[in-house]
Write a protein that binds this ligand. Sequence first.
Ligand code: ZN
Ligand code: ZN
Length: 434
Amino acid sequence: MTPRKSGAGADQRTQTFRISFKRTLAAYLPARMYLRYKEFDWVNIIFMTGMHLAVCVGAFRTPFQLKTAIWMCLYDYLIALSLTAGYHRLWSHRSYHACLALRICLATLGAGSFQWSIKWWSYKHRAHHRYIDTDLDPYNARKGLLYSHIGWLLFKDEGKRAGKIDAADLNEDPVVIWQQRNYVPLSLLAGIVFPSLVASLWNDLPGGIVYASCLRVVFRWHMTFCTNSLAHYMGEQPFDDRHSPRNHLFTALLTLGEGYHNFHHEFPNDYRNGIEWYDYDPTKWSIWIWKQLGWASQLNQIQVNETEKSRLQQLQKRLDNKRATLIWGPDLDELPAIEWDTYVEEVKNGARLLVIEGVVHDVTEFMAVHPGGRAMITANIGKDATAMFRGEVYNHSNAANNLLSTMRVGVIIPRNDGDAGDSHTSAVSTGLSR
Ligand SMILES: [Zn+2]
Ligand SMILES: [Zn+2]
C-alpha cells in the first residue's frame, strides 16, 4: 500500500521530503512523543482508517443496488482467490507452478485487494511461518488477537520485527518485479477504477465506488486478516499443538479454505489446506481446475503416510496426557521387595494381603465391596491367589485388573533355593516379568 514513485528522481525527492519532515517533527515535538510517533506506520493508519470511514459515510448516502451487490461478491471472490491461490500458495509457498498469463492475472487482481505487493506480502508470510509465535513473527499470535489481526500493520517494523528469510526466488519472477514496480497504478486500477466502471454499466458509479470498491476492500482485509488472528485461536490441532495454528471450518469459510491452518503450518508447501474431500477449500479446487486446463502444474501434495504420522503422533500425545491424569497404581519397579516369609508374617499380624503373580496387594478396603463376595478374598489372604484370579474361579475383567493395580504394595522376592516346584516362586517369576 505504501506508494512507490517510479524513477530515481522521484525516489530522491520522496527521500528528501521524508528526511526534512522527520527533522521538523524531531525539532518541535517533545522527545518521548517523537519516539512514539516514529513507531507508528502513519501511511497504513491513514489509508486504512480512511477506507473504513469512506465505507461508513458512503453507505449512508448511497443506495445498495442488487446488481452492485452481486458484482461486489463476484469480484471479491476473484480478488480473494488471487490472494489465497496467488499471494499465498503460489508465491509465498511455491506449492505449484502457474503459467505466465495466470500469474499476471493473479498479480493484477491481488493488487486490487490493497494488501501490499506480492514481494512484501510473501516476505512477511514466510517470516510468519519460519518464526511462528516468536517476536520475529510479524503477526505473532502470542501478542493477542487484535495485534495479530490488524494491530501489527499499524506499527513500523523497520526490518527489525520480521525475521530474515530467503526471498531470492521472488526476485527472479518477472511478474513479481513488474507488480512491485507498478503497484500503485495497478492497485488503483484493479481495486477502484475497474469495479466502479463495471457498476457504471447499470448506472451505479457511486455504488461501484462505495460497495464494489471500498466496502469490498475493507471486507477482504478483515477476512484475510482472520487467517492471522482467528486461525491461530479457534479450532483443533490434529497435526501438532506446539504452536498456535488451528483448523476450523468457520475460518475456512471466511478465507476460501485457508482455515485449515494447523495442517497448513505443518505442510506449508502442499497446494491444499483442507485435505479431506469434504473440507471447504475452494482455493484447492481452483488450483486443481487450473491444472486440468493446463494453466497450473507440479501441484505439491504431501503423502498420506506423512500426514498420518503427524496425526497419529498428536493423537498419541493426547492419549498420554489423558493417561497421566488417571491413577493406575505404582509401577512394579517402584514397589518394595518382600520375602515370602515376611509376607506371611504380616498377614499373621492382621494385614489383609494377598499375592497375585508375585505382587502383594493390600485388599483391606476392597474386601467389603468385592463383587464376588468377601469370603472368596478371605480364603486367599496370605496365599498365592494367582490361579483364583486368573480363571480357576473367575477370569477377571480388564477393569478388575486395573483396580487390582491400584492396590499394589510390594513385590515378592523369588526364592533361590532350587525348589522349582514351589507354586509361589513360579508365580513371582511371572509377575516380575510383566
Ligand atoms: Zn499462520
Ligand atoms: Zn502460509
